[in-house]
Design a protein around this ligand. Structure first.
Ligand SMILES: *Cc1c(COP(=O)(O)O)cnc(C)c1O
Length: 429
């Protein structure tokens, strides 16, 4: 189920007014539901006193959103210096940030530690020697099980993915860190994305707890936390089921209980949900600007893949709702197949492509209609680019108290030109 009934009822009647005030296109996020999803995570995993969500900043990197996360007690999963910087700017402390980077330079580690600090999550055994001195007291490694697990989505099969420490290196990695002075340990993995089957994550916890047991035994250390990463899926298609969070929680609780019985302590459970936290709670609102008839029927809207790459890049399905001028959804489907396209000079630039796997029947769309593209609250705006000079749109927040707030303006030509150098730095050879 894409956009919830509640979000639709809250938004649609006001959308013509919001569009008139701010101008389309824009992403709009719904604070009430972001908080409700966050609270449901906290209450489902309340049995683990140290449970914490580290919101994956890359999914929706906007300080207004990050503040909401921090208010709920969440930390941040960051993978670049700018993301760490933004997290610190909204008030995150060093314990609130997991730096889950990959292919990281020594300089990058120095920068993130110098700029307020964070928990380092090392992606490779060789990175131990890239960590600046003094070696942090708390250290984490990202584990890749290789052939032991299937996986996929955008991450690839574990064995073919570029992430994480190999199984046969993992004990050695912790040994090296311990010898350099680490005293507190965490274990991380992320091997799947947009996964709707909760049992996959149960297996991941099982795998991590077994590994914690093995490493603890060999090195005589305890683990402060395990982090199962992100990757909890959302149903983009209306016929897909919601992720069973309760099922996940119950089964993980069992595993933690067994672990406690054997080892006398329980690690904290961390996760880094991005998509699950914000994905369904945002939509891209566009206006139909052209109704065209070529070798097929198409509607041009005023946004393009710079606002949402997923359909173009992955052929991803995003539900579409069309509103008439009064904010009423058009329910009746037209028998004529329609594609919804942007204006980039790139044929993949289609939100609905009737020649692809995301084809479906749509209501009739006329020039001036508002066309709403669902589930853009994560990996939407953030993935956009400036290719072809088609700039990224604004972002709005529909707040709990009913205000609609501009939280990012649209890009302009000055932004587009901003990095160009008109008095070039020259190296003469
Ligand atoms: C992208 C990413 C996440 C978030 O993934 P979602 O699919 O949005 O939940 C979490 N952790 C790491 C390390 C990531 O790269």
């Amino acid at each position: 189920m894409p956009m919830s009934r509640e979000f639709q009822n809250r938004l649609y009647p006001h959308l013509p007014e919001i569009a008139a005030e701010f101008g389309t296109p824009f992403h709009i996020y719904y604070e009430t539901e972001i908080r409700a999803t966050g609270e449901s995570l906290k209450s489902e995993f309340g049995w683990n006193p140290g449970f914490r969500e580290f919101f994956a900043v890359k999914a929706l990197p906007n300080p207004s959103i990050l503040k909401i996360m921090l208010e709920m007690g969440f930390g941040f999963d960051c993978s670049s210096l700018p993301e760490v910087y933004m997290a610190h700017q909204v008030g995150a402390g060093p314990d609130d940030i997991m730096f889950t980077s990959n292919n990281t330079s020594r300089h990058e580690y120095e920068s993130v530690l110098a700029n307020g600090g964070c928990i380092l999550n090392l992606d490779d055994i060789s990175f131990v020697s890239k960590v600046p001195e003094p070696f942090p007291e708390l250290i984490c490694f990202r584990y890749n099980p290789g052939e032991k697990r299937s996986g996929g989505g955008f991450i690839g099969k574990p064995k073919e993915a570029k992430y994480g420490v190999r199984h046969d290196q993992i004990v050695e990695a912790y040994r090296l860190a311990k010898n350099l002075g680490a005293k507190r340990f965490g274990l991380h993995t992320m091997i799947v994305s947009n996964e709707l089957d909760f049992r996959y994550f149960v297996k991941t916890v099982q795998m991590l707890l077994a590994l914690v047991e093995k490493i603890s035994k060999e090195l005589g250390v305890q683990f402060e936390f395990i982090n199962i990463g992100g990757g909890i899926g959302i149903p983009y298609r209306p016929e897909q089921e919601q992720f069973n969070l309760t099922g996940l929680s119950r089964q993980i609780e069992q595993l933690f209980r067994q672990f406690h019985e054997s080892h006398g302590y329980t690690p904290r459970l961390f996760m880094e949900s991005g998509r699950y936290m914000t994905g369904p709670h945002g939509v891209l609102v566009t206006t139909a600007i052209n109704r065209m008839s070529k070798y097929f029927e198409l509607v041009g809207v005023d946004a393009c893949m710079s606002a949402l790459m997923r359909p173009a890049v992955y052929g991803a399905y995003h539900q579409v709702t069309v509103l008439d001028g009064n904010g009423q959804p058009k329910d009746a489907l037209s028998n004529t197949p329609l594609s919804i396209v942007g204006s980039l000079c790139e044929n993949w630039d289609q939100f609905v492509n009737q020649h692809s796997a995301n084809a479906r029947l749509l209501p009739d769309i006329q020039e001036g209609d508002l066309v709403i593209i669902h589930d853009t609250g994560a990996h939407g705006h953030a993935m956009g680019f400036q290719y072809n000079g088609r700039l990224r749109p604004k972002e709005l927040l529909l707040c709990q108290d009913g205000r609609v707030v501009l939280i990012r303006r649209e890009e302009n030509i000055a932004d587009y030109l901003g990095t160009l150098v008109f008095e070039p730095k020259v190296l003469r050879l």
